[in-house]
Write a protein that binds this ligand. Structure first.
Ligand code: FE
Length: 332
């Protein structure tokens, strides 16, 4: 029965990717097709190496890698959030790779200390506010959003989303559990309304005045403002006098049972190079992970900011603790 399930899964993969040709790279991607297809096309054009891919949510992709084991056609797992990348490494689905190019291009805090995955673009999770109600001087830190002055004025996305789990995990890494729990309790008691299923709905609520302030990934702000430039919303960079803005990554790691590790590393290295970085960051209004390159002009117009430099692997290591803490705080 089990082998029948596995062979059905495999058939499914081969239907999409065909057999694994010697020189091609097969990517399992939790990043959406419109964000990755143009990069793979550019990589193939530059190097002659063909890329095949499937897209799905990270959970099913990891499940698939686990079920396929040594028979997997996948060479590279591409996903958002260090929490997810850490889970994949922790489940034994990835392998460490040594690459001087990646060592030089990707800062140490944006990759796995054991080189099992590499952050390739930076996403900043920062404060967004209603410009009719607040001035930048009213805002300071993530921690401050727990103070009683924000009672009934804060909107948050659900704690079920890995982005918030990573944010809280990184706070635990920095401040410890007791201090972080006080902050999360404060946030919950300041909520203006139920938590939101996504960052965009949260910003729309701020724009109509349901609340004054919230926490979002900047690319959602970029997408929304591109469509509705007149919304009274602005980004604020918190914690500039101490730890910096919470940053996370989109990234990738070589699959443990890859049949084309050389090609997979070549693709990773290309992602970290100038052309790769441009596309990886710009197609989704994120920040390049390679500090040699500037963000796209629209993204740059939101201003420069100090990043939190704690290794993003902590988002994975402390994810379970963060989830338990948010449960205790009744953060839904
Ligand atoms: Fe997102």
């Amino acid at each position: 029965m089990f082998s029948r399930i596995v062979s059905t899964l495999l058939l499914g993969v081969f239907a999409v990717s065909a057999a694994h040709a010697a020189d091609e790279v097969v990517v399992y991607s939790a990043r959406a097709e419109q964000l990755i297809k143009p990069m793979f096309d550019a990589f193939t054009k530059e190097t002659g190496v063909p890329v095949k891919f499937i897209t799905d949510k990270e959970g099913p992709l990891m499940e698939r890698l686990r079920a396929e084991g040594p028979n997997t056609p996948a060479d590279l797992l591409l996903t958002v959030d260090a929490g997810n990348l850490w889970q994949a490494a922790n489940a034994g689905l990835l392998k460490p790779v040594q690459s001087k190019v990646l060592d030089a291009n990707i800062p140490a805090h944006l990759k796995d200390p054991d080189n099992q995955w590499f952050g390739l673009s930076i996403r900043a999770r920062t404060i967004v506010y209603n410009t009719k109600k607040l001035k930048p001087a009213d805002l300071t830190t993530y921690e401050d959003l727990a103070s009683p002055k924000w009672k009934g004025k804060l909107c948050l996305r659900t704690s079920k989303k890995v982005y918030n789990q990573s944010l809280v995990a990184m706070m635990i890494a920095e401040k410890g559990e007791a201090e972080t729990e006080k902050i999360v309790n404060g946030w919950v008691s300041n909520l203006a309304t139920d938590v939101f299923p996504d960052d965009t709905k949260l910003m729309e609520a701020i724009a109509v005045g349901q609340c004054d302030v919230g926490i979002v990934n900047t690319y959602y702000y970029g997408r929304l403002i591109e469509k509705k430039p007149n919304l009274p919303l602005a980004l604020f960079w918190p914690n500039q006098k101490n730890s910096g803005v919470h940053v996370n990554v989109s990234g990738a790691g070589v699959v443990k049972h890859s049949k084309n590790e050389k090609g997979a590393v070549q693709l990773l290295e290309w992602f970290s190079s100038e052309n790769g970085q441009r596309m990886f960051a710009d197609l989704n209004m994120e920040y390049p992970a390679n500090p040699s390159y500037k963000p796209d002009p629209v993204v740059a117009s939101w201003g420069e900011f100090k990043h939190n430099l704690i290794n993003v692997a902590k988002a994975g290591e402390l994810q379970a603790a963060a989830v338990r803490l948010m449960d205790r705080a009744r953060y839904k």
